[in-house]
Design a protein. Sequence first.
Length: 216
Amino acid sequence: MEPAWPIPYVPLTTPYALDAFVSFCVAVLLAVLVNAEGQAFGATILGDRRVGAKDRFHFIAFFHLDPLGTINYLLGGFGWPRPVDIDPGRFAHPRLYTFLSRLAGPLANLLLANIAASIVHLFRAVGVDPQVFLMVMGVNLTTAVYNLIPFPPLAAGVLLTTLVAPPGEKTHELLELAGPFLVLALTLLGLIDQRFSLHPWLAPLVQQLVEFLVGP
């Protein structure tokens, strides 16, 4: 059974269907939640154990929603959570551990996608429609793959910000501030002109991962 909509699912460019859109919203909340909590867990394991950092573990998806990241989900099918508070100064190897902490976000998305895929196989075996879990799997795979783009606020963007300038410098802060607007602008530009779209480059990888997990 194939999904009733394309993966990556982009609401703005896909014929409107209420059930698909509701499933997409639920999947986005889950994707944002596990991405943010994954980063928090990674930072804690690697050494950022400040008392105040415990506030990162509230497991309330709405508190992790980033306004621009959420808009980008609607326009481009991928997005990012509200920035997770990580103090590189707490790490034995600040740049490496900061990158690993951020990378824990998309890894958590991959884990949830695998769980959703297992439920898809189970539902198929008993003759139940697995479309909701196919959406959860698709959105989390899309989030994981697109967050590997090395540009802030996407998870791998820490590579760019730390290579260009260490935390605390104005250039670093400027990149983190401007990054969300630039990614959203690129998404909008891709809707206007496919030559600037990220989907021709990354969507095939997402689709290959879908086929690997649940079959063609």
